[in-house]
Write a protein that binds this ligand. Sequence first.
Ligand SMILES: O=c1[nH]c(=O)n([C@H]2C[C@H](O)[C@@H](COP(=O)(O)O)O2)cc1CO
Length: 139
Amino acid sequence: MKVYFAASIRGGRADISIYKQLIAYLSNNHEVLTEHIGDDSIIASGEVERTDKAIRDRDIQWIEEWDVMVAETTNPSLGVGYELAYAEHIGKPVIIIHRTNQSQLSAMIAGTDYFDSIYYYEEIKDAIGILEAQLGKEE
Ligand SMILES: O=c1[nH]c(=O)n([C@H]2C[C@H](O)[C@@H](COP(=O)(O)O)O2)cc1CO
């Protein structure tokens, strides 16, 4: 499957090691369209070699192509919120994973009926277990 992995960039890069591990796991069995989100060289300023319009237009095109979105939402991100709303708008499946006791998921996401696959985890192994179970269902 084509997986669009969404996670914070300009919202802050504190969780990049988690993003890397999740992308590495997903890449074993799927095509991950947004591997750059786990790239250490991309700091909070984002992809500096592209214009904001080029980033936005490319990501929207990928969103149109993906089979499923996996969003790691612990570190709040305007971009991820926008991507989630776009997924809802075009009716694509979304899996949201969020670390417990770190931040509270926005009511605008947690309170949207369309987002009915929201999972909370503590350890990375738990997140991987959730993805394994949920992505199996999508295939
Ligand atoms: O440089 C970028 N490249 C990029 O692909 N994005 C997309 C993918 C991420 O899922 C999301 C992150 O948004 P934000 O930067 O607002 O945290 O936006 C966002 C940026 C910077 O805003």
